[in-house]
Design a binder for this molecule. Structure first.
Ligand code: KG4
Ligand code: ZN
Length: 330
């Protein structure tokens, strides 16, 4: 079964062909990072315009690289939310046209569910239930995954997303964009306990997160002009985030012995290392994708499309983009 997946929810134009939900025949990602870099964030209008320019070429490349004919594709899976509405609409409209013209089913995919599935792509031994921590530029959610398609939302950020916090901190420190990988790299040379940044909502008994106060405290720290090198600042800032994420995720797991760490920030080396070492004595295994499947890609969309295909979970051609699409019941 060959599924073609399309992903355009933010600033990556991506298309992949995946066989039976596991074997990746092609995975093309056209990043727009160079366009958005000078604004230190994604500009929605520029993103959707670029998707229009790129979508044809990206889909064609994915089909060519997979060495298949369009007529061999069994279904077309596409992200329809959450994300930027203008961006989502480009991928969705393209997918609908493709499904209609090829007379194949259209499958609507929740981007967050796609991020969770990305972990399974490379870890087929991963069994459910699991606790998933989805951390990206737009999302910070802690979710119980009972089975594919059945989720319970345990907590989420009440303000900034984790990736957004990394990106904003890097901007304040004048380090470049996107900030996450840069802060990750600088932090390796720094002392994580050099500066005491706050750990918002750390001891609170629920699973919500708050990141904007941490950003404010970085602003205050920088105004205060206490001497500190950049590596110590980034390492301490990163540690404050990692402390809260690790603690809440392991507490949420409790009797559930699998943790899925996914989304762009799952590429963070300190987060992976601490979550894995602290979960181990509790008999919990942590799974995460390799970096290229942490950030936005279409292999995760096509892979999950196979699961939905088996469930006969097809979408009508009237499917609309839903920028605020949620995952699971609260
Ligand atoms: O999943 P993604 O590609 O896009 C969204 O759906 O938002 O995530 C992008 C985010 C950015 O905020 C980026 O700074 C962050 O993931 N990121 C990282 C790392 N690599 C990417 N954050 C921390 N450490 C990293 N190594
Ligand atoms: Zn994403």
């Amino acid at each position: 079964m060959l599924i073609l997946g399309i992903e355009t929810s933010c600033d990556e134009t991506a298309c992949a062909v995946v066989e039976n939900g596991q074997r990746i025949l092609s995975n093309i990602v056209a990043s727009q990072v160079d366009i958005h870099k000078r604004f230190s964030g994604v500009v929605p209008e520029l993103a959707s315009r670029k998707h229009i320019e790129l979508i044809n070429v990206v889909v064609e490349s994915a089909i060519n690289e997979a060495k298949v004919n369009l007529s061999e594709i069994d279904a077309c899976a596409v992200t329809y939310g959450p994300g930027l509405v203008g961006s989502l609409l480009i991928g969705l409209s393209f997918a609908k046209a493709l499904a209609y013209s090829q007379n194949i089913p259209l499958i609507g995919i929740n981007h967050l569910e796609g991020h969770i599935y990305a972990t399974y792509l490379e870890n087929p031994q991963l069994s459910l239930p699991a606790i998933a921590l989805i951390v990206s530029g737009g999302h910070t959610e802690l979710v119980e995954v009972d089975e594919w398609g059945k989720y319970k939302l345990l907590g989420r950020t009440i303000d900034d997303a984790v990736g957004e916090a990394f990106d904003k901190a890097a901007k304040l420190l004048d380090l470049g964009y996107p900030g996450g990988p840069i802060i990750d790299a600088f932090s390796k040379q720094g002392k994580p306990d050099a500066i005491k940044f706050p750990r918002p909502l750390w001891r609170k008994k629920d699973f919500d997160f708050s990141l904007s106060g941490l950003k404010t405290s970085l602003i205050h720290f920088l105004k205060g002009q206490t001497p500190a090198n950049i590596e110590d600042i980034t390492a301490s800032f990163q540690e404050a985030i990692v402390d809260v994420l690790v603690d809440k995720t392991i507490t949420a797991a409790n009797d559930i012995k699998n943790i899925i760490l996914c989304g762009g920030v799952a590429a963070n080396s300190r987060l992976k290392e601490r979550l894995t070492t602290e979960a181990k004595p509790k008999g919990i295994t942590v799974y995460y994708p390799s970096p290229k499947f942490c950030t936005d890609n279409a292999a995760m969309i096509a892979g999950l499309g196979y699961v939905k295909y088996l469930q006969r979970n097809f979408a009508p051609l009237s499917l609309n983009a839903n920028p605020n699409l949620k995952l699971g019941i609260e």
